[in-house]
Design a protein. Structure first.
Length: 724
């Protein structure tokens, strides 16, 4: 042992010394402890001051979300006193919106795991029901061996308002750029980086993520023909330190061509070195197109005005001529532009009527007038020139040379006068009627026939002047013309006077509706009498020719007359026109005239003819044609006579024609000829009867059947003949 061998007194002395030293150490420890506690209290006070007066809200809550402590900023932020917060959770205080509660719960879970959170945005509902936007960060902390959560909440309401306002401003700015088609750009000349606004990207049909915005890349989108010009404009601007304003073209990757207006200004540092350029780009493609179209339109207008046949004027409100163009100027001895700048009131001072019209136009009327300038007749139109405010700022005028028209009108009047004289001297009675039969005009001959004065007829109704016996038919004929637009031709006879008349539709405008009809009536009494005499002469001639044939062939006496009766009846039954029926009548009366050229002994032979004799008989059609072909009957009589023995199957004579080659008139006479011959007695045979005749007709002439012939079955010739 260390103290072995020492005396008791020595040991006691050492013990006393130890006691004294220990006492001194204790006093020192106590003093040090007191000092530490004082420093700790000072630190806590400083921390408390920092905690209480920190600008952000500091608060402490447990892991269940219950508030334990908070600073003054927390009180101000939430609107509650600290004693109102302590012990209560954010749910109980209803601080969070329903949408934010799930997110807050997730943050507490992270805190339970010892993880910090944030910053996260929340909307807090304050005690006074107002709302604030906060940014919260949380940190798990150990206090007295207990895990608590330190929360720091910063009021960002104002910042959010400013950010929202900035976003809204940016959105409005971008929208304004889109609408105005103006984009902005900035080139950092130190870093060689180029900033483009969204509108510039849209203008270039590019996506920001697909385009490296540099000056060189920008030049690559310029039209090749404009690239050097754009680059020079920019470099000159840098060199001369002046902004530039240019128009150039873009040729985009998809081949789209655009026109843009580019403006640029460059900024320099203290040493005069260019550091950045800012500018705008505006898409003016539509404006350029409009300018080109406007230029073309102006050129067309100028060409139209310069080459117009008349004169185009533009006159200021004080009467000064602003524009005077057109080919018509030379016609009145004025050069283009010669009167520009002069007063219309001075130029036309000798034409007071014209100036009166111009003054009316200045008051808002559209006027028309005619003036004779040195033998040249001009028709003038003047209309107010009104601006977009509805104010009259001048006149627009047009003058057209109507000298030829005036002369033509004069000639027309003279021509009408002559025509009227001719019409009045005409023997044709002419009257113009509207749809109601009102007389619109008439010539002297028509007035004479009604025993009236021409002017006295106009305005009267024609139906009141005509006899009732003809009024109905005339109305029907007029209605027909009005309805169909076709002409009507007719004849009538009253009191021994024959009239031939025509009713024609009248359109006062080409292609327009029928406004009236003109009736032309010609007295054809003398012509009718002459025709009647001629007809009697012709009938007598034909009757004589028929009797000559009967004298040659007494055994067939009356044959041609009976054939005529049959043929005419058939033609009437078939409702053929009157002129065809008349042709059939004449041809049938002399259809056998060719027998004049045949030997009498053959014609009157009482026995059956030999083949040679029959071949001679066949020649009578050709002989008849040769006799008649030079006579103008107004009908094809010679051809009918030639063909009346032809048959539709080609078995007839003399030319063996068939079907439609045979005239209808010849077919009808052929049928009548067969019926009459077979039903009549001959020297060489008795009558064969109607049935035999009908069979013969139906066999060789396809035009008829028993039902279409409608011939009664009479047993003897007398009753047969009397049926026609």
């Amino acid at each position: 042992m260390k103290n072995k061998g020492k005396t008791k007194a020595e040991l006691l002395k050492e013990l006393e010394v130890l006691r004294e030293e220990r006492g001194k150490g204790v006093f020192k420890d106590i003093a040090k402890s007191i000092q530490v506690e004082k420093e700790l209290r000072d630190s806590e006070e400083r921390l408390k001051i920092l905690f209480d007066y920190a600008p952000d809200a500091y608060y402490i809550n447990d892991l269940k979300g219950n508030f334990i402590d908070g600073n003054k900023a927390a009180e101000r932020l939430m609107g509650y006193k600290k004693e109102e917060l302590v012990g209560k959770s954010f749910l109980k205080l209803n601080l969070l919106t329903l949408a934010d509660i799930p997110r807050a719960a997730k943050l507490i879970v992270k805190n339970l795991r010892g993880q910090p959170t944030g910053p996260d945005e929340f909307v807090l509902k304050r005690k006074d029901k107002s709302k604030v936007t906060v940014e919260i960060s949380t940190y798990p902390v150990k206090i007295k061996q207990k895990t608590l959560v330190l929360g720091i909440a910063r009021d960002i309401t104002e910042r959010k308002r400013v950010e929202d306002a900035l976003r809204e401003s940016e959105a409005r700015f971008n929208e304004a750029q889109r609408i105005a088609q103006i984009g902005n750009w900035e080139l950092d000349l130190i870093a060689n980086t180029l900033y483009w606004s969204d509108e510039v990207y849209r203008m270039f049909n590019l996506e920001p993520q697909q385009f490296e915005a540099t000056y060189e890349a920008f030049l690559d989108n310029i039209h090749p023909d404009d690239r050097a010009f754009v680059n020079k404009s920019y470099t000159d601007s840098l060199k001369n330190k002046i902004p530039y304003n240019i128009v150039h073209r873009l040729l985009l990757k998809d081949g789209t061509l655009k026109f843009v207006n580019e403006r640029c200004e460059t900024f320099y540092d203290g040493a005069g070195k260019a550091v950045r350029s800012v500018g705008t780009v505006q898409d003016i493609t539509e404006r350029k197109k409009a300018e080109e179209e406007l230029g073309e339109s102006e050129e067309k207008f100028r060409t139209l005005v310069t080459n117009t046949e008349g004169i185009v004027y533009m006159i200021a409100k004080d009467g000064t001529i602003l524009l005077s163009e057109g080919r018509g100027l030379s016609e009145i001895g004025v050069k283009p532009g010669q009167n520009v700048g002069k007063s219309v009131f001075e130029i036309y001072k000798d034409y007071p009527d014209l100036l009166d019209k111009i003054r009316k136009a200045f008051k808002g009327e559209t006027v028309t007038t005619e003036v004779n300038i040195g033998g040249v007749y001009l028709r003038n139109w003047y209309t107010p020139h009104i601006n977009n405010k509805g104010e009259i700022i001048g006149l627009l005028g047009l003058s057209v040379n109507i000298t030829e028209q005036k002369q033509a009108v004069q000639k027309l009047r003279e021509s009408e006068s002559k025509a009227r004289a001719i019409i009045n001297a005409s023997l044709i009675a002419i009257v113009l009627l509207n749809k109601k039969g009102i007389i619109l005009d008439s010539n002297e001959e028509m007035a004479r026939r009604f025993r009236m004065i021409r002017n006295g007829m106009i305005g009267k109704c024609i139906w009141d002047l005509l006899p009732e016996s003809v009024t109905k038919h005339r109305k029907e004929q007029g209605d027909y013309v009005f309805k169909t637009g076709k002409s009507f031709h007719g004849e009538d006879e009253r009191q021994g006077i024959w009239n031939e008349y025509f009713i024609e539709p009248v359109r006062f405008e080409k292609g327009g509706r029928i406004e009236a009809v003109v009736v032309e009536a010609l007295d054809v009494t003398e012509r009718k009498q002459s025709q009647h005499k001629l007809q009697k002469t012709m009938d007598a001639t034909i009757d004589t020719m028929s009797k000559i044939i009967e004298a040659k062939d007494p055994y067939t006496s009356g044959h041609q007359y009976r054939v005529c009766q049959l043929a005419v009846s058939l033609a009437q039954e078939m409702k053929l026109p009157k002129d065809k029926i008349e042709g059939i009548r004449i041809a049938s009366l002399i259809h056998d005239i060719g027998k004049i050229g045949l030997p009498t002994e053959i014609l009157s032979k009482p026995t059956k003819l030999t083949d040679i004799e029959f071949s001679l008989i066949k020649n009578h059609s050709q002989i008849g044609y040769d006799i008649l072909k030079s006579i103008d009957f107004s009908y094809p009589v010679a051809q009918i006579v030639l063909q009346h023995h032809e048959r539709t199957d080609g078995s007839g004579y003399p030319n063996k024609i068939k079907g439609d080659e045979i005239l209808l008139e010849a077919k009808i006479i052929g049928v009548a000829d067969v019926v009459e011959a077979m039903s009549s007695h001959r020297p060489y045979r008795p009558a064969l009867g109607i049935d035999k005749a009908l069979e013969e007709i139906i066999q060789y002439n396809h035009l008829f059947s028993r039902s279409t012939l409608r011939i009664p079955e009479h047993p003897d010739h007398r009753s047969f003949s009397s049926s026609f």
